[in-house]
Design a protein around this ligand. Structure first.
Ligand SMILES: *Cc1c(COP(=O)(O)O)cnc(C)c1O
Length: 815
């Protein structure tokens, strides 16, 4: 393997000085996006154009013939670059790799019975899009899935529908430079006797060949279709190509469209008929005038590239050497507190092995608190320092999702919360939604890599030491000296239905609308669109939703007596807003009426779902979803709670700017979060029992957070209704503002286990907790985002059962 060893080419330094004057004050680290062209390439092309007259190849003149010859020669030279025999392969010129992919797609889409499409999860967006035209499609989630598929087919029974199959994958991921097995091309190919039963292979080599040659010497081992972006190898010209294995060329016979130059005769009047050219594949497939000057520039591009950098093998060794140095440099960076700066998306050893990795390094950066640094911010700083790199989703949707562990519901959630490709917000739920990509090429130098490492060191390595991790996580549990802790956390996914308790040990995210997934759905009357409430339909208490993050769905079970006409006591809907379940098309939405407000909502059109809810409740209703705040919803509801008697906000660090700002809520009645205290409830129940009534469960108050005094609290005495006096409260690491007491109605009299109404606890509450004719129990609250958005707690604000609750009292210091 000696010839594959990575080796720096020291001549590049001098070449850089001479040939790339445009790089004087820029560090260019996006060679996988576009390679750079050397000065002498442009000069040589210019002199070719200035000294020779080239005509449109369609005529017989000398200048025309000159063009034709130069184009034919360019085709041949391109095949030679890949050691491809012109007897076995043809080259079709296209605008870019994507156009090449679409040309192959056209042939398959026009097969009499369509085609079946298989693609690898690391595919570029342009490959993924093919699926929209296929009769059936499948995305392989891993390499081993592809291997199993290939192996499994030797025993495949032939009753499968006889439609051609297209298998596509990138030779190198444009996201992190990972290289995929080239031998899949020949192993996946099935050359059945009947052409319709064949499997064809499409190799996306756009990223791979930018630094590394492909070898098609053995035609049978080559892909059927290979697409390239030539500007990614040479920097210029802007041109793409498809290399077609002639043995697979028959698939194009079904391509229906024809353009100028691809037909010998066309009849339009009285008879509709045409005769295709059938001399060569490229004659049949190159619609319209070729980008001839671009094709002619290929001569200069190949000559100059070779003269400067030698064969592509050498470019590959050079770029891989640099990528390895960069990867090692980034992975060794540490903050002063010893935490890692970079999270890298390729294993360290891979850069030794060019069959597994190309010269690309993809990563994300964390600060010393463990929080992610926004890609947008990094790109902005880089551009100030004249560093050109690529960040974001990188046109590789599957690779990004699997490497960043983003499930479909999260991505759709992020989308509705406003995430867009290239947008400024790129961290959602404490996770990055993109990556930083640095790619190296023929003209990269050691000094590029050193400068980039210096840049990361300068801007992103925290020099000051302070402790993270263990210290803050012990702090998280059990109150140190605070008297209260979180006894339970409950969300109410479907408004007015039963609550679901967040399992202990699970961190639960808080957003400005409240706890995640709280009151995100509701049931609406099919006629009036009004949201149903337990007040009118007490049986809603028996509808028990649960959030199943593992399977990415909301599961709903009915715990009362199941009507005979219902087959299953359970239905589920995906957490991701799958449009196929909705009436109409997303994002067009209907509306629902919640507490008198008209809110945009999307109704689930599935009959099975509507029937389930309608039958258990005995009213024609539909499940509807409130689009998460941000991007999609035009009008967000706001909290109606008014601040009650809070005037002096003094101490520094109190988020004064937050006060009095309307708070967004989803479907909850009044405020984002409701907090009740176990001590207050105990006091209430003592009073109820004293008068012979039935004690109330905490559930009837439909709180999100139940706090309780810890056993080791100061003097063992409970402090009922202490929360009335609190202005702010810290729960774990998070600060909440208390907005005022929660006004109560008879709904608290519905037993949440049986849906049976009682008179308690309302009667006793009305006697003991009535102010100005209104009955109160519990406190409204909202989360306060602190200014320091660079801590992990700020990016991913969570609460957890057992978190310490530390009140901040009105006026006094500590309570
Ligand atoms: C760049 C790239 C493409 C798209 O190429 P275009 O020339 O922009 O059409 C497709 N796949 C991979 C792997 C790429 O790197």
């Amino acid at each position: 393997m000696a010839h594959t060893a990575n080796m720096y080419n020291p001549q590049v330094e001098a070449i850089r000085e001479r040939e790339f004057p445009m790089l004087r004050d820029t560090i260019y680290l996006d060679h996988a996006g576009t390679a750079l062209y050397p000065k002498s390439l442009i000069e040589r092309f210019a002199s070719d154009m200035v000294c020779n007259l080239y005509g449109n190849p369609h005529s017989a003149s000398v200048p025309s013939q000159r063009s034709t010859n130069r184009i034919d020669d360019a085709r041949l030279r391109l095949l030679q670059l890949f050691h491809a025999n012109p007897d076995d392969f043809d080259v079709v010129f296209v605008a870019n790799a994507t156009a090449g992919i679409k040309l192959v797609l056209e042939a398959f889409r026009d097969q009499p019975q369509g085609f079946s499409y298989l693609y690898h999860v690391d595919s570029h967006t342009s490959l993924v899009g093919i699926r929209e035209c296929a009769q059936q499609h499948h995305c392989f989630a891993s390499d081993s899935e592809v291997d199993e598929w290939i192996q499994g087919r030797s025993t495949k029974t032939p009753q499968a529908p006889a439609i051609p199959e297209l298998f596509a994958y990138p030779a190198q991921s444009n996201m992190n430079g990972r290289r995929l097995p080239l031998e899949w091309c020949s192993r996946a190919r099935l050359t059945g006797q009947i052409p319709n039963e064949a499997t064809f292979t499409l190799l996306d080599a756009a990223a791979f060949v930018s630094t590394t040659p492909l070898d098609f010497r053995i035609a049978d081992h080559a892909p059927d279709f290979t697409v390239l972006s030539l500007y990614k190898i040479f920097g210029f010209p802007d041109l793409g190509a498809v290399i077609i294995r002639k043995a697979a060329g028959h698939i194009f016979r079904h391509r229906r469209y024809f353009g100028g130059g691809t037909v010998d005769m066309v009849l339009c009047l009285k008879e509709q008929w045409h005769a295709r050219k059938n001399d060569s594949l490229h004659d049949q497939l190159e619609d319209g005038t070729l980008p001839m000057h671009n094709i002619m520039a290929l001569h200069a591009a190949m000559d100059v590239h070779h003269e400067l950098f030698g064969p592509l093998e050498r470019v590959s060794r050079h770029a891989m050497f640099l990528a390895k140095v960069l990867h090692e440099g980034l992975s060794s960076l540490r903050h002063a507190n010893q935490s890692r700066v970079c999270h890298l998306y390729s294993p360290p050893k891979s850069y030794e092995n060019p069959s597994a990795q190309g010269p690309i390094v993809a990563f994300n950066i964390r600060n010393s608190h463990g929080a992610w640094i926004s890609n947008f911010e990094i790109e902005r700083l880089a551009s100030i320092k004249n560093i050109q790199l690529r960040t974001g989703g990188l046109c590789n949707p599957g690779g990004i999702a699997s490497n960043l562990c983003l499930s479909p519901w999260e991505m759709k959630d992020n989308f509705s919360a406003g995430q867009r490709c290239g947008g400024e917000d790129d961290i959602f739920g404490g996770k990055p939604t993109g990556m930083i990509r640095v790619s190296l090429g023929a003209c990269s130098t050691k000094s590029d890599v050193e400068s980039f490492l210096g840049f990361i060191q300068e801007f992103f390595v925290d020099e000051l030491s302070f402790s993270v991790g263990p210290a803050s996580s012990t702090y998280r549990h059990g109150p140190k000296n605070g008297a209260f802790l979180v006894e339970s956390l409950t969300i109410y996914p479907i408004k007015s239905c039963a609550g679901w308790k967040v399992p202990p040990g699970q961190e639960w995210e808080i957003r400005k609308e409240g706890l995640v997934w709280d009151r995100e759905w509701c049931l609406v009357h099919q006629g009036s669109g009004v949201a149903l409430s337990q007040k009118r339909y007490p049986k809603m208490a028996l509808i028990r939703p649960m959030i199943d993050l593992e399977r990415g769905c909301l599961r709903v079970r009915y715990c009362g007596e199941i009507p005979l006409s219902i087959k299953s006591p359970e239905v589920s809907v995906p957490l991701s807003a799958d449009p196929s379940y909705f009436v109409g098309e997303l994002p067009k939405s209907t509306s629902a009426k919640v507490c008198g407000d008209t809110v945009p909502a999307q109704r689930y059109s599935s009959n099975k779902i509507s029937e389930f809810f309608s039958k258990v409740l005995g009213v024609d209703c539909q499940l509807a979803r409130f689009p998460a705040a941000g991007g999609m919803s035009a009008s967000v509801r706001h909290s109606k709670v008014h601040l009650q008697g809070i005037s002096q906000i003094g101490s520094p660090g109190t988020p004064a700017a937050n006060i009095g700002v309307p708070r967004p809520i989803l479907l909850s009645n009044e405020s984002p979060i409701l907090v009740i205290s176990r001590s207050s409830l105990n006091r209430l129940n003592e009073q109820i029992k004293a008068s012979g009534g039935k004690a109330a469960e905490a559930e009837v108050f439909r709180a999100n957070v139940v706090i309780a005094e810890s056993l080791n609290s100061a003097c063992g005495r409970e402090k009922p209704y202490a929360e009335d006096e609190w202005q702010f409260v810290k729960i774990g690491e998070q600060l909440f503002e208390l907005l005022g007491r929660c006004r109560r109605c008879q709904m608290i009299c519905i037993d949440q286990q049986t849906a049976v109404k009682d008179e308690e606890p309302f009667v006793t509450l009305a006697k003991t907790r009535r102010f100005n004719g209104k009955v109160f129990f519990g406190q409204h609250a909202c989360h306060v985002r602190l200014g320091d958005s660079r801590s992990r707690q700020a990016q991913y604000a969570t609460v957890m059962v057992g978190d310490a609750v530390r009140p901040v009292c009105r006026g006094a210091e500590g309570c």
